[in-house]
Design a protein around this ligand. Structure first.
Ligand code: ZN
Length: 249
């Protein structure tokens, strides 16, 4: 017997399956990652093909049978097609980097409602604001790493256990520990010095509301460097991640 289930989700990946079908991976709100077969969607009459494009936020109905690895999609419709993302190359690249990361970190039958909310918030912000889109990727990475048990920003230096004052002295980043205190930064060889703008970006992404990020204006080079060190940090902790394929940082 199969159950009929309804959920919301973001389309992470879509690929061809057999003659006329697609295999679609979705990060769903209540069931984690779901891999679905969408039968017959590559025929010219199918309207579902446009709905099932990566980045789209959709609502969908599917048949679930626990004895099967792949489930069958019944119907799907747009919640948000993020049309402004799709008309801007930098926004597309950034949104795909978010999907790439999400695909590595989320698993089948493991719901993660708070990460789901962060993903939706980040995509809405990339779509709606004229702010540099990669700022919202920094925001998403910081929350993703925290929810995976590898927080980047701590109140206490993870290397020496002393309190650290985010806005004052410490401006160092280690690929093992994330943000560390000034003293540890000077003594740990592989640490990167963060300038005041990079530190402000990291602490606002960590503590602030996503709407406040709209006002951040950071030099493109500093933003690129920040993403570069975060990329190294992620690959240091998560084997499956070998750098962004959709983004050259
Ligand atoms: Zn320290």
């Amino acid at each position: 017997m199969s159950e009929i289930l309804k959920d919301n989700g973001v389309v992470l990946k879509k690929r061809n399956y057999r003659e006329t079908s697609n295999l679609v991976s979705i990060f769903s709100e209540t069931h984690g990652k779901i891999n679905l077969i969408a039968k017959g969607v590559r025929t010219p009459r199918s309207k579902l093909s446009a709905v099932l494009q990566p980045i789209n936020f959709i609502e969908f109905v599917y048949y679930k049978k626990i004895t099967r690895d792949l489930q069958f999609l019944s119907s799907a419709d747009f919640v948000n097609d993020f049309s402004r993302i799709k008309s801007d190359f930098k926004k597309i690249q950034t949104a795909f980097a978010l999907l790439e990361l999400t695909n590595i970190f989320v698993h089948e039958d493991e719901s993660n409602p708070s990460l789901f909310r962060k993903l939706i918030e980040s995509l809405i912000s990339i779509n709606d604001f004229s702010t540099q889109p990669q700022i919202f990727l920094v925001f998403y990475i910081i929350h993703l790493m925290e929810s995976s048990g590898y927080p980047i920003v701590h109140k206490i230096c993870p290397s020496c256990n002393k309190n650290i004052l985010l806005h004052e002295i410490q401006k160092y980043f280690s690929k093992h520990f994330g943000v560390i205190c000034n003293e540890c930064g000077k003594s740990i060889n592989e640490s990167n010095k963060l300038n005041v703008h990079q530190m402000e970006l990291i602490s606002k992404c960590n503590m602030g509301e996503i709407s406040e990020l709209e006002k951040i204006n950071i030099d493109d080079l500093f933003l690129k460097e920040t993403l570069g060190i975060l990329e190294v940090y992620i690959s240091q902790h998560v084997n499956e991640f070998r750098g962004f394929k959709s983004l050259i940082v």
